[in-house]
Design a protein around this ligand. Structure first.
Ligand SMILES: Cc1cc2nc3c(=O)[nH]c(=O)nc-3n(C[C@H](O)[C@H](O)[C@H](O)COP(=O)(O)OP(=O)(O)OC[C@H]3O[C@@H](n4cnc5c(N)ncnc54)[C@H](O)[C@@H]3O)c2cc1C
Length: 233
């Protein structure tokens, strides 16, 4: 499904009974739960991503290490949505909400109406906000498409710089070190994953270490002007 259909629309605008914006775990769980509790009427998930809803945790771990395939990181097989009459509209970001008329405007100009709306739009990586961050060779990691680009680039690289020694940054660093890349982690704090430690989280299952050939640079504010490839997580 790439356009809306099956609602009870008036004029040209299709109305969905339960419209969910966000194709992440929250959006899929909400759609599945609606059907599980017997919700009648149309249910649709609208996602800005081109790929079907997928699990993000493996993207920095098993998927990056080639231990899980693309199909194995999908939250549900694509047939699931059809079987449960859940519309899946991919690659179509919502641009604006009109609560008065209960409508959502999509970036491509289509308008869709809703009876009930759930915003499950999740999070996104924080940009560095420095000159040059949109240059080629610089990646961020949130989606399956970004993980695939990262893997492809990793296959053609021998060294990598990871900016951010939080949980995801360190997982990516450990996975890439396991792939044989020489990894440097840059962090603006003087500790690794300090925010997680404050929350008493457990360290990544395969923590990166100097033994894995992955030095840390924890110098505050250091910008890797000589680094050829910079990875931002
Ligand atoms: C690499 C990585 C590793 C992780 N590892 C772990 C882990 O080990 N353990 C753990 O607990 N958590 C982990 N997380 C975090 C976990 O994945 C998130 O907590 C979870 O994805 C949140 O789900 P969500 O559905 O709320 O949001 P998201 O997964 O962020 O989904 C939001 C969805 O909304 C869509 N969206 C946003 N804006 C719009 C718009 N305007 N129009 C249409 N669609 C829109 C997005 O495209 C996306 O599909 C990891 C995250 C990443 C990126």
């Amino acid at each position: 499904m790439d356009r809306f259909s099956g609602g009870t629309g008036q004029n040209d605008v299709v109305t969905i009974d339960y419209l969910i914006i966000g194709g992440g775990l929250a959006g899929v769980a909400a759609a599945e739960s609606l059907r599980a509790v017997g919700a009648r009427g149309s249910v649709a998930i609208l996602s800005g991503e081109i790929d079907p809803p997928h699990d993000r945790p493996p993207l920095s771990k098993e998927f990056l290490r080639d231990e899980r395939s693309r199909e194995q990181v999908l939250l549900r097989p694509v047939e699931f949505y059809q079987a449960h009459k859940i519309g899946l509209v991919l690659g179509r970001p919502a641009l604006a909400l009109k609560p008065d008329s209960q409508e959502v405007m999509l970036a491509d100009g289509e308008t869709v109406g809703y009876q009930r709306l759930l915003l499950a739009t999740g999070g996104r990586p924080r940009a560095l906000g420095v000159p040059g961050e949109s240059m080629s060779g610089i990646y961020q990691l949130r989606t399956l498409a970004e993980a695939e680009r990262l893997k492809e680039a990793a296959g053609a690289s021998t060294s990598v710089v990871v900016i951010g020694a939080g949980f995801i940054g360190l997982e990516v660093a450990a996975s890439l070190a396991e792939r044989g890349l020489s990894v440097t982690v840059l962090n603006q704090d003087d500790q690794v994953w300090p925010a997680s430690r404050r929350r008493r989280s457990r360290p990544p299952s395969r923590p990166i270490s100097r033994r894995a050939g992955s030095p840390f640079d924890t110098t505050s504010g250091w910008w890797p002007s000589r680094a050829r490839t910079v990875w931002s997580c």
